[in-house]
Design a protein around this ligand. Sequence first.
Ligand code: GLU
Length: 283
Amino acid sequence: MITRFAPSPTGPLHLGHAYSAMLAHDMAMAADGTFILRMDDIDRVRSKPEFEQQAIADLHWLGLSWPEPIMKQSRSEPRFRANIQQLAQQGLIYPCSCSRADVENAANAPQEGVPTHGPDGRIYPGTCRARPMAAFKEGDAIRLNMEKAVHGAAPLPSYLETGERHRGTMQLDPVDLITSIGDVAVARRGMAAAYHLAVVVDDDAQNITHVIRGEDLFDATRIHVLLYHLLHLPIPIYHHHRLIRDDNGKRLAKRDDARAISKYRAEGATPNDIRRLVGLPEV
Ligand code: GLU
């Protein structure tokens, strides 16, 4: 079993991150496996070296260890480009010059029962769909033509989910992918890959067998499984865990500094105090 924790170093780690990292670590250790730390620093603007250093210090303090050196997503760009090339050869992607405002304005008046938003935000209305990749210009994003992708990839794969809320074999459904996800971005303006492609390519490069992460990513997993399938890569097992919430029931965000691990450390808490707070057995 190879598990991973892959924070984006765009803010301090909080209790929710601690839970995710310790759970992935505990599950790997219980199976005599390996736990990996990766830095998902593909967003060059928001990622900061000081958050990276702080994350490493917090995770060591929690008692976690991992093989060095730590892989950085920002160094995977050649791999991302090769995978985009593969999708291009299958005729599944197109360049998109729409801004966020363009997408909002072009979206049709909502039809009853048809979702307007999916796990990737507003479902793309298809404005640039007919553009060939040869027309790619600097500053364009790249989108997956979902209709072509699901039809070209039939039969669609299933995957195994071992999380608390959803458990069992999950089957990708073509109608669901087209209507509730649509043409997701595989690369964003000025970036070699968008999150969905980056996480798939890097998890595969590190041979991650079990992706353990928060329930907030459960819906996006369909996108990831489809990408594995289109790129002919083995699909990992998924475990989506409960989210750690604040006293008002809201899930913690990076800006919730009050729950930052470093705050608890400074106040004299021990790693086992943190384990108790998030409901993990003490060690
Ligand atoms: N870097 C991503 C994050 O911080 C990883 C999420 C994932 O597990 O796929 O949210």
